[in-house]
Design a protein around this ligand. Structure first.
Ligand SMILES: Nc1ncnc2c1ncn2[C@@H]1O[C@H](COP(=O)(O)OP(=O)(O)OP(=O)(O)O)[C@@H](O)[C@H]1O
Ligand SMILES: [Mg+2]
Length: 364
């Protein structure tokens, strides 16, 4: 059940504003008239948002624009792997209502920091848990947005490979807008090698990803569509389609779930109110045979999907926008990510602050 979902929310320690400036910016108090308001100094921490194995995410204010931003802090060193690089490079180009907007990356001695648009409404998992499952109309509203956002990513060449409720965030509109936020396992069809590894979240993995053998590849976009089917099920039912409550205490519960995924063995509990059209679209997404699984286009033509589709939504991806020219180049991002693979030799944070204060005093 969703209540079991492991979500770490420990408070993060370092603040956005405490962190020193980007490596290319001059340190306060050092010689020359370099701008003090650069890199991390541009952001004021407001509060912690979340934390996980990667590091933590904070809410901050951009002092230049006055806008709130979310900053993801990833520990420098071995955690900055090829997934992190793909995450940033693939996310960088995307510009869409249903994708969290990437802003910039910078380094502190301890962290690689990704600055992005802030989504104030929390993630979809919390939303569904709060509501104890959604009505069909509500689930369709979010599903339409998920599909339109993902269709855009696919058209831009990016397969997400980790579509799940936790990776979609909401704004604070009365009918919340959904935004895809996490590109940590993404693959670009031209820039990256073809998907081959079993990455993602077990409950959302497609059969072909599970069964993929070492050395062979699978289609990340088709696998994303399967995950959208799991997403729809979770919104409607409030539990995972291939997880059974009776397995909860069994040591081999993961193996059992994997087996059910491979056999497409799921059912809709009798108490769930779900229309025939909704059952139909679900049964055409959670299909093992890749030739028979709905494609992105077919899915968007399905009667259930088209019902109450907001005006203009169907045409949203006819013109593909991408981020404009003011953005950091791929080369400079790559350079920053490469630097982040190495931990800068620093004393502890407090020593660092002391250094900065000392520099400021020097200036007086
Ligand atoms: N732009 C944002 N606005 C608001 N909250 C965010 C934003 N980005 C991330 N978060 C919060 O941080 C969480 C983790 O972010 P993200 O999914 O990018 O990291 P992750 O590497 O998948 O971490 P984990 O493995 O813990 O899921 C999100 O589920 C969300 O709660
Ligand atoms: Mg995530």
């Amino acid at each position: 059940m969703l209540g079991k979902e492991a979500k770490q929310r420990a408070a993060a320690k370092e603040t956005a504003s405490r962190a020193p400036a980007r490596p290319d910016a001059k340190k306060p108090g050092t010689s020359g008239a370099g701008p003090k308001l650069a890199g991390a100094a541009r952001y004021d921490k407001i509060r912690d948002l979340n934390s996980g194995s990667f590091g933590f995410v904070q809410l901050a204010r951009d002092k230049v624009t006055g806008k709130k931003v979310a900053i993801k802090f990833i520990d420098r060193g071995s955690k900055v792997n090829k997934h992190v690089r793909n995450e940033i490079i693939n996310h960088r180009n995307l510009l869409h209502h249903h994708v969290i907007q990437f802003r910039e990356v910078y380094l502190t001695p301890k962290y690689l920091c990704i600055v992005m648009e802030f989504a104030p409404g929390g993630d979809m998992l919390d939303y569904v848990k709060r509501k104890g499952g959604l009505t069909e109309d509500e689930a369709r509203w979010f599903f339409q947005q998920l599909i339109i956002g993902l269709d855009y990513c696919h058209k831009m060449g990016v397969a997400n490979r980790d579509i799940k409720l936790e990776n979609t965030l909401l704004d604070d509109s009365p009918w919340p807008l959904l935004k895809i936020c996490d590109f940590g396992y993404s693959k670009h069809e031209e820039l990256n090698s073809a998907p081959g590894s079993r990455v993602g979240t077990p409950a959302y993995l497609a059969p072909e990803v599970i069964m993929n053998t070492r050395g062979s590849t699978y289609d990340g976009k088709t696998a994303d569509i399967w995950s959208c089917g799991v997403f729809l099920y979770v919104m409607m039912v409030g539990s995972y389609p291939f997880e059974k409550s009776e397995d909860r205490k069994k040591p081999d519960k993961l193996r059992r779930m994997i087996q059910r995924i491979v056999n497409v063995d799921y059912s809709i509990p009798s108490w769930v109110r779900m229309s025939e059209d909704c059952r139909d679209i679900l049964s055409k997404i959670l299909v093992k045979d890749l030739k028979k699984r709905l494609t992105m286009d077919q899915l968007q033509q399905h009667r259930w999907f088209r019902k109450n589709l907001p005006e203009g939504a169907q045409d949203m991806n006819k013109r593909l926008q991408q981020q404009g020219s003011g953005l950091q180049s791929v080369e400079s991002i790559t350079k920053i990510v490469d630097m982040a693979k190495v931990k800068e030799k620093v004393k502890d944070d407090d020593a660092l602050i002391d250094d900065e204060l000392a520099n400021l005093e020097d200036e007086d």
